[in-house]
Design a binder for this molecule. Structure first.
Ligand SMILES: Cc1cc2nc3c(=O)[nH]c(=O)nc-3n(C[C@H](O)[C@H](O)[C@H](O)COP(=O)(O)O)c2cc1C
Length: 185
């Protein structure tokens, strides 16, 4: 995997892919969950992300205890596995073993990277003030990695009902982005 600047992490998430979130509990056990509810909050200085992880998820406890996670973006080839990861719990399942995912150590957090995915974003919790009320965590990316040599680069997008779209053609409207030239380099 190749390091990717945290100041450009918004480009990985602004298209709205379904993601996976890894955590590592205090006892060292890793977990992974599926997440569709996330958003970019700030581009840079520092970059900030928002995501919904609720107390119904086993991952919630590790995120609360450690303040760390990794957001991993699966390729379209991982569609079935991504759904299955989101339909079982680390409470009673070793999901890394069950789904044959390859973990590797992150640079800045204890949660593992997943080499199977096309990007990994190491995050620290930056703000918990909306967690009790809304299960909304504010995360600050610390480091990011991409897998540019992975054959399948298309991402998945949940339509909210168990159906998904896969990335289609990319069109460029850069010449019309007259107010936002700084985001095109
Ligand atoms: C497509 C999909 C999207 C999901 N999005 C979210 C989400 O945004 N937030 C959330 O808390 N759970 C979400 N879930 C549910 C969790 O992935 C599920 O509760 C998961 O099994 C939690 O794993 P854990 O108990 O090991 O933490 C989603 C599940 C699927 C299949």
């Amino acid at each position: 995997m190749k390091e990717f600047p945290v100041s450009k992490v918004y480009r990985l998430l602004e298209p709205g892919p379904v993601v996976l979130v890894t955590t590592r509990a205090r006892n060292g056990t890793p977990d992974i969950m599926t997440m569709g509810f996330h958003m970019v909050i700030r581009h840079d200085s520092p970059p900030l992300l928002g995501c919904i992880i609720g107390p119904w998820d086993h991952s919630y406890t590790a995120l609360r205890d450690t303040g760390e996670c990794v957001i991993a973006i699966p390729g379209a080839d991982l569609a079935e596995i991504m759904v299955d990861i989101g339909n079982c719990s680390g409470r009673d399942t070793d999901k890394f073993a069950r789904f044959g995912f390859t973990q590797s150590p992150a640079k800045t957090v204890s949660a593992p990277l997943t080499e199977n995915c096309l990007a990994n974003i190491e995050c620290r919790v930056a703000d918990t003030t909306m967690v009790d009320r809304l299960s909304l965590w504010i995360l600050e990316p610390q480091a990011a990695w991409i897998n540019p040599d992975r054959p399948e680069q298309r991402t998945l997008h949940h339509r909210g009902d168990g159906t998904f779209t896969i990335d289609g053609p990319v069109i460029s409207l850069r010449e019309r982005m007259v107010l936002w030239k700084q985001f095109q380099d």
